[in-house]
Design a protein around this ligand. Structure first.
Ligand SMILES: C[S@@+](CC[C@H](N)C(=O)[O-])C[C@H]1O[C@@H](n2cnc3c(N)ncnc32)[C@H](O)[C@@H]1O
Length: 459
């Protein structure tokens, strides 16, 4: 008697568990094929239960979506363990990331809901994020034991990128981009791999060479050697650097004060110095938001100044190569800081000349500006050999000897690369020292400056 009494609730519990699993499986299928707005009745029918049972398990649609999501992530965690049992940690992680992209890519219908959940903070800080961190930690600790993955990487940071992958992988045509983001993650995790995040002070880096010109202290002997050689070729190069910074300040002030631009994406931002973009913009509009991007990890290390803005505004930093604009645009930090529905000013100050023709800098600028609405701006400056061919040629050789290649472009070519399809604001493309210079001050000669600049608006 007692055993029959005990079996009834057990059978009921088992049935409830089965119903819940069936509902989650039916919802997973329905969301993947029809989107998450599919009627709940259809999901209940597919699961073989009534709508009342569905509501007993999931009081609203959001609860069902979350349950589907959690279930998927649990299965992703289980697959991580299975892969680690048969592959080396780095290989297992690569395979797992492929599973993850597939999973994200088939969740078309769920992506909008997930975004909403993430931006509401529920998923971001909830089980999903915690699970991703757990999964990544699992790979990192297995990798550390096998000497296969780096140990100094925070699982949180990797999980943040994976959350970014989620945000893009479901959109049509974005799969390749998600794959590239994952490649960057994996490369960054390999010991001795192509790690952008490793600081190598034995090699000169453009950010630190430039820092030396500006009188900064964030530079090393290798940087100073190139800088001194460049100064020998073009003694006024420090003036050129200061004029470039002054142009940047005037352009940002103009955009904030006269055009009401409140969002800035500063690519190749360099080390913090005087008159950083957020300081200039937030002095005019305290609510201004700035994302700084550079491929020198020292910029982040020294960049606390870049990240401390006004309480109303916001500053953020992304370690990235501008050769991968899709990565920058999809990065969760960029997405969280900038509103892509409102105009943005892209800043590419003294950085495009580090891109050779084969890097197709024109495509990079177009990809970036295409992501933002009409009324957005680009601010660009670019080194040129047209005013002092011999001296600037010597600067190019100094960088080349340090392993950095420069592509000087004259004003016409620069305008083609940077401003095609955009409307230049007066005075157009001119030496940076002459762009809306404060009246009553005398600019240095064009040969001394040898950097052209311009600002253009997206029609
Ligand atoms: C000459 S500094 C200019 C800094 C600042 N934009 C300015 O105008 O004062 C060039 C900056 O571009 C960065 N940079 C060069 N190539 C880059 C790339 N491929 N991706 C991201 N940053 C890059 C360097 O690290 C450096 O900080």
């Amino acid at each position: 008697m007692a055993s029959i009494e005990g079996e009834r609730p057990r059978a009921r519990i088992a049935e409830a568990r089965r119903n819940r699993q069936n509902l989650i499986a039916a919802a997973t299928r329905a969301f993947a094929s029809e989107g998450e707005q599919v009627p709940l009745e259809a999901i209940a029918k597919d699961a073989g239960v009534g709508i009342g049972t569905l509501y007993r398990h999931f009081p609203n649609r959001e609860a069902l979506v979350e349950a589907v999501y959690e279930d998927s992530v649990e299965r992703l965690a289980a697959s991580a363990n299975e892969l680690l049992a048969v592959h080396s940690p780095a290989e297992a992680f690569r395979s797992w990331m492929a599973v993850f992209t597939d999973w994200a890519a088939t969740k078309h219908g769920m992506i909008d809901t997930l975004r909403a959940l993430m931006s509401s903070g529920r998923v971001e800080h909830g089980l999903m994020r915690a699970q991703l961190v757990n999964i990544v930690s699992l790979f990192l600790s297995a990798g550390a034991a096998a000497g296969d993955l780096r140990t100094d990487v925070a699982a949180e940071d990797v999980a943040a990128t994976l959350a970014g992958v989620l945000a893009v992988a479901g959109a049509p045509g974005q799969r390749a981009q998600a794959g590239r983001m994952l490649d960057i993650v994996l490369n960054g995790l390999r010991p001795g791999g192509a790690t952008m995040n490793r600081i190598d002070t034995s090699k000169p880096h453009p950010a630190r060479v430039y820092n030396y010109y500006l009188g900064g202290t964030d530079n090393f002997p290798a940087d100073r050697q190139v800088a001194e050689q460049a100064i020998e070729a073009l003694p006024a190069i420090r003036t050129a650097a200061r004029e470039n910074r002054a142009f940047l300040g005037r352009a940002v002030r103009y955009l904030a004060a006269d055009e009401g631009i409140t969002q800035f994406l500063d690519l190749g931002s360099g080390l913090p110095t005087v008159g950083n973009v957020h300081e200039v913009a937030q002095a005019v509009l305290p609510g201004a938001r700035i994302v700084y991007v550079d491929n020198d990890p020292i910029v982040l290390e020294q960049g606390r100044a870049l990240l401390a803005g006004t309480p109303e505004g916001r500053c953020a930093y992304v370690l990235a190569d501008i050769k991968d604009p899709e990565y920058i645009l999809a990065h969760p930090v960029t997405r969280e800081t900038l509103d892509f529905g409102r105009p943005v000013a892209l800043i590419l100050a003294a950085v495009l000349h580090f891109l050779l023709a084969e890097d197709d800098p024109g495509r990079i600028v177009r990809t970036l500006i295409d992501a933002f609405p009409s009324g957005s701006y680009v601010v660009v400056s670019h080194a040129t050999a047209e005013y002092a061919p011999r001296e600037v040629g010597g600067v190019g050789r100094a960088y080349q000897q340090g392993g950095m290649r420069l592509a000087m472009r004259d004003a016409d070519e620069f305008a083609r690369v940077a401003f095609t399809g955009l409307t230049l604001v007066p005075p157009g493309v001119v030496p940076v020292s002459e762009w809306r210079r404060e009246p009553g001050t005398i600019p240095p000669s064009r040969a001394e400056v040898s950097v052209n600049g311009g600002v253009a608006r997206k029609p």
